[in-house]
Design a protein around this ligand. Structure first.
Ligand code: COI
Length: 380
């Protein structure tokens, strides 16, 4: 049994009753094996999903595991118009003995509720969040791929489902959980990305929704992502809203800057100002770096400092991090201030060490000394 501040006890997963209606038309085992051999990211879904309803007065009720199926909503449903829609992303990992584990799930449960509060939505008890995942992974455990970069990606989300066009918080919510077998997030695998520094668009402003994981943030990012692509870049890097000068995030991922190399290497990630998403991977890497003897800190860096730091070779590597893609090196930067290369443009040594150290914890290759892993399925 895992015990730590951010790993609820396994027993907690049984605290919330979830009614089970099994799918009697499972994806055939042969087709599932074909999918698991090359799952991609977010292309295939498992046989079941979980749903629960919140209504004023009653709170959360009717939590159930049901066959994966389309949703039906009245055209005047709140979230379709006013965007009360939040989500999370976390992964289940199959270890060598067949057991299945989550990585710091309570962090996601807490962030989900932070997002809910920012969007004036109902909060979801952590017990229901964890129990829903335990129920789905248990029903669809055969969908959990094994292998170095493979996991079962879990997507909890919540929608304002009251019917009505008045602009006010919905008085009814639906919580849903789906699962998707996942390989590498970027189709090129661990390949350094080229980034475009966006000065036409901002992702988030102080007091806005930047630290919430809400659907609208992602919708608003797409035009900047398209602009990045027009400049031949893979991803957009966001600057602060006030000065368009301070580096915030890359696409939907946090960023880290590596200064120096070897024993002298240190890493820095932009501080959480309220405009940045507090990534679970970002947070974990601050600790993993220290485990590896790499000094890690939060700070800030401007566009000019990034460019000058690469020219002077003080900045040796830059990488992005997030649940989906884990750790991804940044090789080239393009902007209206000019273009430059980070280090030699390849995947740096510190980046790859951190990436491997984190994956080793998640996949059970090394002892989980921070008690971050939460077992949901026992060994075979
Ligand atoms: C993540 O890095 O986990 C993300 O949030 C990206 C996701 C929206 C696909």
């Amino acid at each position: 049994m895992t015990t730590s501040a951010d790993a609820p006890r396994l027993a907690d997963t049984h605290l919330w009753p979830i009614e089970v209606t099994p799918n009697d038309a499972l994806v055939p085992a042969g087709r599932r094996a074909e999918i698991l051999a090359n799952p991609g990211f977010g292309q295939h879904y498992t046989d079941h999903m979980v749903r629960a309803t919140w209504t004023e007065g009653e709170g959360w009720h009717d939590a159930e595991l049901v066959p994966y199926q389309p949703l039906t909503f009245d055209p005047a449903t709140n979230f379709l118009h006013y965007g009360q829609a939040i989500f999370e992303g976390l992964k289940a990992y199959k270890h060598a003995d067949g057991s299945i584990w989550l990585f710091r799930p309570l962090k996601n449960a807490t962030r989900f509720n932070n997002s809910a509060r920012r969007l004036a939505m109902a909060e979801l008890p952590a017990e229901l969040f964890i129990a829903s995942i335990a129920a789905l992974v248990s029903a669809d455990r055969d969908w959990t791929p094994s292998g170095a970069e493979a996991s079962l990606y879990l997507r909890p989300f919540m929608l304002g489902t009251e019917r009505g066009l008045g602009v006010r918080p919905s008085r009814e919510y639906q919580y849903l959980l789906i699962a998707s077998p996942a390989g590498a997030y970027f189709s090129k695998g661990i390949h350094p990305v080229t980034v475009w520094l966006s000065d036409d668009y901002v992702r988030a402003a102080p007091g806005g929704t930047g630290e919430a994981k809400c659907a609208g943030n992602y919708a608003a990012s797409l035009v900047a992502q398209a602009e990045a692509a027009q400049h031949g870049c893979d991803q957009v890097v966001w600057l602060d809203a006030a000065e368009h000068r301070w580096i915030e995030e890359m696409g939907g991922m946090n960023l880290y800057f590596v200064y120096g190399s070897g024993d002298q290497a240190r890493i820095m990630t932009p501080s959480l100002t309220g405009a940045l998403l507090p990534g679970v991977t970002r947070d974990s890497l601050l600790t993993v770096a220290q485990d590896l003897g790499i000094r890690a800190e939060e700070g800030r860096i401007s566009v000019e400092e990034w460019k000058a730091g690469c020219a002077s070779r003080e900045i040796t590597e830059v990488f992005a991090c997030g649940t989906a893609a884990v750790v991804t090196p940044v090789g080239e930067v393009k902007s209206r201030m000019g273009n430059w290369t980070v280090g030699n443009g390849g995947a740096g040594e510190v980046t790859m060490r951190l990436r491997q150290a984190l994956l080793d914890i998640q996949t059970g290759a090394v002892p989980d000394k921070h008690a971050w892993m939460h077992k949901i399925i026992d060994a075979d």
